[in-house]
Design a protein around this ligand. Structure first.
Ligand code: F6R
Ligand code: MG
Ligand code: MG
Length: 375
């Protein structure tokens, strides 16, 4: 078992090596797919408190975004640690039991297996993890979405880490001026391309503009330090059938040579269109909102993003701040709702309805079969 909280940094001082994990799953909706029942949150908190007491975790925070149960964990066990993944799996399994008892909707939806097999890969829950030496001060944002596909972070991560019109630090702070490296997953055949910016901006955009096929998986500083990670698991590909959109999450480190907290938040000030919304089959604007408002309603949406800010202290998460609750995002939400009206008026027509290969539900084959008989 690894327990390397303290390592010697190259400055010759002891500092904390910490792993942050965001691990999430929809194990039952309250009501329909609109929210997470308080009893699920309560059960998850109790189980994680036990694990913290037993020394497995340094700290934890349980949150929800829509019908997704979000476990934010800090520990010293590194990425993909078996015991941390098993803990999260057991929390989701226990919460599935609670959800079934309450007859919540689609209880156990994202747990594709009853048995833990060594890591969460292929089991349904989304996860993203990052290990680093805690800096003198370490501000971290955890952004979580509901009713959205995994490509939802491509645009805001590009803006935060590569667009000088969003992040002036790229131009005026010598510590950011060299740019960042984007690790892009080709979701069709599981290859990762590492693209340096600003040099590779056009190559990067050529790929990540196709949000259904290419996903920003991580962003690194030019010295290799990982500064942002995203969940890239695509549920439907894992299950081979529709089991809900991926509802991704990401972790972003900020300040002191990285984009400022406000520069990262600014990347969410445009309610860009994402794939998801009703039946995972519609394009709709992503609404940044407070955790308490992350309860998709109209047309099972619109897609939501919440952002919790943590100021780490020796691996402890402390109290999070609800970053999108700020009034400064009111106008973004108003613009988002106007975009909803506009998109909804298309009804079942593209581009509101996704193209056939990106829709999660489709009757197209049956319809074609029916006409094949009469043609
Ligand atoms: C989208 C989502 C919902 C459902 C919709 C129909 O990710 O979860 O929009 O697709 O409510 O759900 P079912 O087919 O379970 O009735
Ligand atoms: Mg659901
Ligand atoms: Mg969801």
């Amino acid at each position: 078992m690894r327990n390397t909280i303290h390592t010697l940094s190259y400055y010759g001082v002891f500092c904390v090596k910490v792993t942050l994990s965001i691990i999430k799953a929809d194990v039952g909706g309250w009501v329909g797919h609109s929210a997470c029942h308080p009893q699920l949150l309560g059960r998850a908190r109790a189980l994680l408190a036990e694990a913290k007491g037993a020394g497995l975790l340094l700290d934890f925070h349980v949150a929800s975004c829509g019908d997704d149960l979000e476990l934010i964990l800090s520990h010293a066990r590194g990425c993909e640690a078996r015991e941390v993944h098993e803990l999260a799996f057991n929390v989701f399994r226990e919460c599935t039991g609670v959800a079934k008892g309450l007859k919540l909707y689609a209880a156990g939806q994202d747990l594709l297996s009853d048995a833990f097999t060594g890591a969460l890969h292929g089991l349904g829950p989304g996860f993203a993890e990052i290990e680093f030496e805690e800096r003198k001060s370490e501000p971290v944002l955890v952004v979580m979405a509901d009713k959205a596909a995994a490509g939802a972070w491509n645009l805001p991560l590009f803006k935060a880490f590569a667009d000088a019109f969003n992040t002036p630090g790229l131009v005026i702070d010598p510590a950011l001026h060299d740019g960042f490296i984007f690790d892009v997953l080709d979701a069709r055949d599981n290859r990762v391309f590492s693209i340096p910016t600003p040099q590779g901006i056009y190559d990067l955009l050529a790929l990540i503009g196709a949000t259904g096929d290419y996903l920003v998986k991580a962003v690194r500083r030019k010295d290799g330090e990982v500064v942002a990670v995203t969940t890239v698991q695509q549920l439907n590909k894992l299950a081979g059938r529709y089991v809900g959109k991926d509802d991704p999450a990401c972790i972003i480190r900020c300040q002191s040579g990285l984009p400022a907290v406000g520069e990262v938040l600014e990347a969410f000030a445009f309610p860009h269109l994402v794939a998801g919304w009703m039946r995972g089959s519609h394009a709709g604007p992503l609404m940044p909102c407070a955790v308490a408002d992350a309860t998709p309603s109209r047309f099972d949406g619109p897609p939501r993003a919440v952002c919790l800010g943590f100021q780490l202290a020796d691996g402890l998460l402390g109290e999070p701040r609800d970053m999108f609750a700020d009034k400064a995002f009111d106008s973004v939400r108003a613009e988002c709702l106007r975009a909803c009206e506009y998109m909804r008026r298309h009804g079942p027509f593209e581009p509101h309805r996704l193209s056939p290969e990106h829709m999660e539900y489709t009757t197209l084959p049956q319809v074609l079969k029916k006409f094949a008989k009469t043609a």
